[in-house]
Design a protein around this ligand. Sequence first.
Ligand SMILES: [Zn+2]
Length: 80
Amino acid sequence: MSVTVSTTSKNAPLLIHEGLPYIIDCRTDKKILWKCEHAKKYKCHGRLHTDLNNVFIKTVGDHENHAGDSRAGPIREYYD
Ligand SMILES: [Zn+2]
């Protein structure tokens, strides 16, 4: 499994994994912890860990509030 790293419009690192964008949450000595770019907007719990060379380690949590498509958020309640 691989990830792609680019930059946001604000020049911050942006990581793409399975079509979902992540921004840096925090760095540790061994890892970079990324959080879903929609973490705030959709209260998303999707997180991702890479090592310091942006090599994928694992994902944590789900993108339950937007399911990879930002348009899915507001209409999701009709399906629950
Ligand atoms: Zn998400």
